[in-house]
Design a protein around this ligand. Structure first.
Ligand code: FES
Length: 132
């Protein structure tokens, strides 16, 4: 592994230190329609996502995690990318989209960037099952 692989881009650091749409405190403070939760099989960290949906569109969302700096920055970025999108558009946000938005995570932290999206996909699945 080369030395530069250990360097976080500025945007990653900024999102880690100021995470967007992070759920501070009790989840009852956020009016959500569905939640999703996943664990990362590589490190064992967890992510929980809360979505508010109107007319098939994510109008708001929150998340919390035990994940690392990369997971926090990636999910912060994802939350910005997903807000206002239809459910299908949100499902189509890729790990590469998040990576591009943040300016490239170190390669060995790429697995952390999928955690938020998997939790979001689980929340969307649960939302759609509730609506059946
Ligand atoms: S090391 Fe667990 S989410 Fe990054």
């Amino acid at each position: 592994m080369e030395g530069e692989d250990w360097v976080y881009p500025e945007k990653v650091k900024e999102h880690f230190l100021n995470p967007r749409n992070f759920l501070f405190g009790d989840e009852s403070k956020f009016d959500f329609d569905a939640t999703g939760i996943v664990g990362n099989p590589i490190c064992g960290d967890q992510m929980k996502m809360y979505i508010k949906v109107k007319d098939d569109r994510i109008v708001d969302l929150r998340w919390k995690t035990y994940g690392c700096a990369s997971a926090i920055a990636s999910t912060s970025a994802l939350s910005e990318l997903a807000k206002g999108k239809t459910l299908d558009e949100a499902l189509n946000i890729s790990a590469k989209d998040i990576d591009n938005y943040l300016g490239n995570l170190p390669k060995h932290k790429f697995h952390c960037s999928v955690l938020g999206h998997e939790a979001l996909a689980d929340a969307i699945k649960n939302y759609r099952e509730q609506k059946k």
